[in-house]
Design a protein around this ligand. Structure first.
Ligand SMILES: C[S@@+](CC[C@H](N)C(=O)[O-])C[C@H]1O[C@@H](n2cnc3c(N)ncnc32)[C@H](O)[C@@H]1O
Length: 330
């Protein structure tokens, strides 16, 4: 009798895989997109209503965060505004620009109020993930220790990337910090089996079997940024890679769970939740973020429900009427 192939050994579904199949059969996830100022919204939600919260608040850079999408076209002679390979001239046109304000007079006070409200929404085994930049992370960590209790701090995850220019005056900053807090440090969700594996740095030292499986990541996560030209790009500034969110969602929530992101931006958390059989509520006050999320998550085939304030709905109706009038000449 032929020996079973190595891969056949893994054909028995793991507990995690069985759970995922079970959940996808009994539960169909829903993504809710809410246009709202998040503090007011958070204070209206029922307690213990989310199994996982991830947020990536504005970093208080003092600037407006902008992302301009341009298209370049080759032109004859030197009439363009850019020079490309071989001296060829190109003219660029602006396709669109997305932006949001990133200046907060009392940044820590702004965040504290929101986390005090958000903590009440965590279920007993839920986790909170806060994605922040190294200029603010130490202040935010002390503040979160005060809000949740120091014993609830679990990990400071470093997301390391390697993209863009290098400084000649100091070590180039190429990482963000993701702080993980558990509602209850003795009882929280950590699906070890769902962790994706990464290659060993020196595979020859560990033998072929281990090298083939790879190892579990540490608290330093090497992941490339969202490529400016890749398919993942939505055109929204400060969009985070889906791979980071998928890791958090899979490991820190069970299939069928309800996930919240109240600084949702382009909806990366929603897409990660949907891909992995979880529901999500995505809150952002910026109408451009709502537009990007509707397009992105709709294209991913996710069932979505959008809640906008009445003024925003009225504005859309007015815009529609105006376009109709233009079309019919009335
Ligand atoms: C850093 S971006 C989030 C990016 C997101 N993680 C992604 O992958 O696209 C922060 C978002 O918070 C939103 N925001 C800032 N203050 C807010 C508030 N008070 N209420 C709701 N949304 C807010 C901004 O409009 C922006 O879209």
């Amino acid at each position: 009798m032929p020996k079973p192939k190595k891969s056949a050994i893994h054909q028995t579904p793991s507990k995690q895989e069985q759970l995922e199949v079970f959940a996808s059969e009994i539960h169909s996830p829903l993504l809710e997109i809410v246009q709202a100022e998040n503090l007011a919204w958070l204070r209206e939600q029922p307690p213990a209503s989310f199994d996982l919260i991830y947020v990536d608040p504005p970093f208080n850079t003092g600037r407006r965060q902008r992302l301009r999408r341009r298209k370049s076209r080759r032109v004859e002679g030197q009439s363009g505004d850019q020079v490309g390979f071989g001296g060829q001239s190109y003219r660029s046109t602006l396709l669109d620009e997305r932006s949001y304000g990133d200046t907060h007079g009392n940044y820590l006070g702004f965040l504290r109020e929101r986390f005090e409200a958000a903590v009440l929404l965590l279920t007993s085994s839920a986790s909170l993930f806060v994605h922040i930049d190294p200029r603010e992370s130490h202040y935010v960590k002390v503040m979160l220790d005060e809000v949740l209790g120091r014993e609830c701090f679990m990990n400071e995850i470093v997301w390391a990337y390697d993209y863009g220019g290098r400084s000649r005056r100091r070590w180039s900053p190429k990482h963000d910090v993701i702080l993980w807090y558990a509602r209850d440090p003795d009882d929280y969700i950590y699906n070890y089996e769902a962790i994706d594996r990464v290659p060993y740095m020196a595979p020859k030292l560990v033998g072929p079997e281990k090298a083939r499986r790879g190892k579990t990541p540490t608290d330093v996560w090497w992941k490339t940024i969202v490529s400016p030209t890749g398919k993942e790009r939505t055109g929204y500034p400060t969009q985070k890679p889906i791979a980071i969110l998928e890791r958090i969602v899979r490991v820190h929530s069970d299939p069928g769970a309800r996930v919240l992101d109240f600084f949702a931006g382009s909806g990366t958390t929603g897409e990660a939740a949907w891909r992995n059989g979880r529901s999500a509520v995505l809150v952002d006050e910026n109408p451009e973020a709502i537009e990007v999320m509707e397009r992105r998550l709709g294209a991913a085939g996710a069932p979505i429900r959008v809640a906008k304030p009445q003024e925003a709905i009225n504005e859309t109706i007015q815009r529609g009427r105006h376009l109709d009038a233009e079309r019919t000449g009335e």
